[in-house]
Design a binder for this molecule. Structure first.
Ligand code: SF4
Length: 332
């Protein structure tokens, strides 16, 4: 809201215009400044010179055989690239997986986004725009920040976008419908926990430091043991959910030794583990775990008292599944 107040004051509008603009943007979901009919003509003319409302329309849509849809949005036009958001319909849920950065700095070895390198940050408007500008906007039930980028590496804009999603003046969504996923940017974690009430998902992928560092270079800066020590200081027994994401690689991190170490690492934390099937990408030699190993791993965690789910693999045929998002081509 502060930003809208700043816009109102910079354009010589009365302070209540911030509330009017918020209603147009997030309740009426207007796509054009001229639709904000209770703002003066002069104010709208000035706004039009400097502002774009409601993000950009998607440039392209790919539809998977399983109903998953991937949307390509323009971003950083000068660099000729874009970002992707994925709509995952599942029963009566419609989840939007949105991107928070153009590319990513963190270089996880199993991830196609990492291959793009880091090209730039998205604004809060561009994040919320992915939600507002798809045809299914009114039927969305959940939002996950699990697309391109590391949300906590673009923290100030991600926080603004969460305020837009959850404030009464914004989209008025319950925080319990939103999950932010992170690889574990420790210096930001405390502020994330204190300033928001959305769910948290942490990418874990191995309970062993050296192995995790092979997959995720961020482990060297912020070891998972330190992340977990910090998380132990918060209460996850209420509405707010903590989950750990674990991609299973054949004969690498899917053994009973790994499951036992994972149980040890998470002992006493109120959390769940989401197991994810790996989707092979070029130039990375690890293979997806077989069904028997997946089931044995899951059973071991459940016997150890951790709620464990196996995430269905969605949108693989349109390169929309976990770890596959990447924009190589120049958007039209
Ligand atoms: S997995 Fe996430 S944090 Fe790691 S490189 Fe890919 S987008 Fe970045």
């Amino acid at each position: 809201m502060q930003e809208l107040q700043d816009v109102a004051s910079a354009h010589g509008m009365p302070s209540y215009a911030a509330g009017q603009m918020a209603r147009w943007l997030y309740k009426n979901k207007v796509r054009n400044i001229w639709e904000m009919t209770n703002l003066s003509k002069a104010a709208r003319e000035k706004l039009e010179e400097t502002r774009q409302v409601g993000g950009w329309d998607p440039l392209q849509e790919d539809v998977s055989a399983d109903g998953t849809k991937k949307y390509l949005f323009p971003a950083l036009a000068s660099k000729g690239t874009g970002i992707e958001a994925v709509l995952i319909p599942e029963g009566n849920r419609n989840t939007l997986c949105l991107s928070s950065q153009v590319g990513c700095k963190l270089g996880c070895s199993f991830c196609m986004t990492a291959r793009m390198g880091f090209l730039g940050q998205l604004t809060a408007g561009e994040m919320v725009g992915q939600f507002l500008r798809i045809p299914e906007t009114d039927s969305l039930t959940n939002v996950v920040y699990m697309g391109m980028g590391e949300p906590l590496d673009n923290w100030s804009e991600v926080l603004k976008s969460l305020e837009i999603f959850t404030s009464d003046w914004g989209l008025a969504w319950s925080p319990s419908r939103i999950t932010v996923s992170t690889s574990g940017i420790l210096p930001v974690l405390g502020e994330f926990m204190e300033k928001t009430r959305v769910h948290l998902a942490v990418s874990l992928h191995s309970p062993f430091d050296a192995e995790r560092a092979q997959l995720m270079p961020v482990q060297k800066a912020f070891p998972i043991s330190h992340i977990i020590r910090e998380l132990r200081t918060y209460d996850f027994t209420g509405q707010r959910r903590l989950s750990f994401e674990y991609i299973l690689f054949e004969d690498w991190n899917d053994t009973q030794r790994h499951a036992a170490a994972l149980l040890q690492l998470l002992r006493g934390i109120h959390c769940r583990v989401n197991l994810i099937r790996f989707h092979p990408i070029p130039g990375f030699s690890m293979r997806p775990s077989g069904e028997n190993a997946i089931q044995a791993f899951k059973d071991r965690l459940q016997r150890g008292g951790i709620i464990t789910t196996l995430r269905a693999s969605r949108g693989q045929d349109i390169l929309a599944a976990c770890g596959m998002l990447s924009v190589q081509k120049k958007p039209r």
